[in-house]
Design a binder for this molecule. Structure first.
Ligand code: MN
Length: 255
């Protein structure tokens, strides 16, 4: 039976994680290692400046007082080190993780970490809307994972899956969309007269065919293959003029 590590960023007690673990428990041997509290938007952060604690809550369920990335490391490099997972699955997140937001996402970052450790990884996120159902999303996740487990997955396989709020009409392979960010910093004053700030705003998306956002808008499940190589390959070409100006820049720095 396939060994599946499940984590998330909404915390070990979240409904999305529980239903995902139940659903994937029908097709594999599931181990849950998840943050002991919500860690949404913690990105790919790793805890190096304080000790981490892991608490067993039930058989095969563990809580860590750290980030999703911490959880994947503790699970793969310690808890499951003698028989590492075949697949890392993160989610089901409460809310989409699309486009530029994937770098903020703890849900997606857990899968970045999975692939860095050489394990194929998938993130599931559920769009929040009137008809949304974690039950439906969990059933979809089970079918999707079942298909993946029948394939010979490359170790750097990383799929970011977003599930629409309504019953999905199909599945589309997509690229990351772009946000026209309407993010604002709201300034307020506390009872002692000191300023504090909230980062707020509602994302607005550029309407572009082929993106994750376009798929969700059309009522489809979006599957975006990702990789962690952030190199701007076009930039390597387009900055060639700058490259000439860089030549010789490092001479005489010692004087
Ligand atoms: Mn979350």
């Amino acid at each position: 039976m396939a060994r599946i590590l499940i984590t998330n960023d909404d915390g070990v007690y979240s409904e999305g994680l529980k239903l995902l673990a139940d659903a994937l428990g029908q097709i594999g041997e599931v181990t849950v290692v998840a943050p002991d509290r919500e860690q949404s938007a913690t990105g790919h952060s790793l805890t190096l400046h304080r000790p981490l604690r892991m608490q067993q809550l039930q058989e095969h369920v563990f809580a860590v007082d750290g980030t999703p990335t911490d959880c994947v490391n503790l699970a793969v490099l310690w808890l499951m080190k003698d028989s590492p997972p075949d697949l890392v699955v993160s989610g089901i997140n409460f809310g989409c993780n699309m486009g530029d937001d994937v770098t903020y996402s703890g849900t997606v970052s857990a899968t970045f970490e999975g692939t860095l450790l050489g394990i194929p990884s998938v993130a599931f996120s559920q769009e929040v809307g009137e008809e949304f159902s974690f039950d439906r999303a969990a059933r979809f996740a089970r079918r999707f994972t079942e298909i993946l487990l029948k394939e010979t997955l490359a170790k750097d396989t990383l799929l970011n899956v977003n599930i629409p709020a309504e019953s999905p009409l199909g599945v589309r392979l997509t690229r990351l969309g772009k946000r026209k960010y309407k993010q604002v910093v709201v300034e307020k004053e506390d009872p002692r007269g000191r300023k504090y700030f909230w980062i707020a705003g509602t994302p607005e998306w550029q309407e572009e065919e082929g993106t994750d956002h376009a798929a969700l808008s059309a009522g489809l499940v979006s599957v975006t293959p990702l990789h962690l190589d952030l190199t701007d390959y076009r930039g390597l070409e387009s900055y060639s003029e700058l490259r000439e100006r860089f030549d010789g820049m490092t001479g005489d720095l010692e004087t």
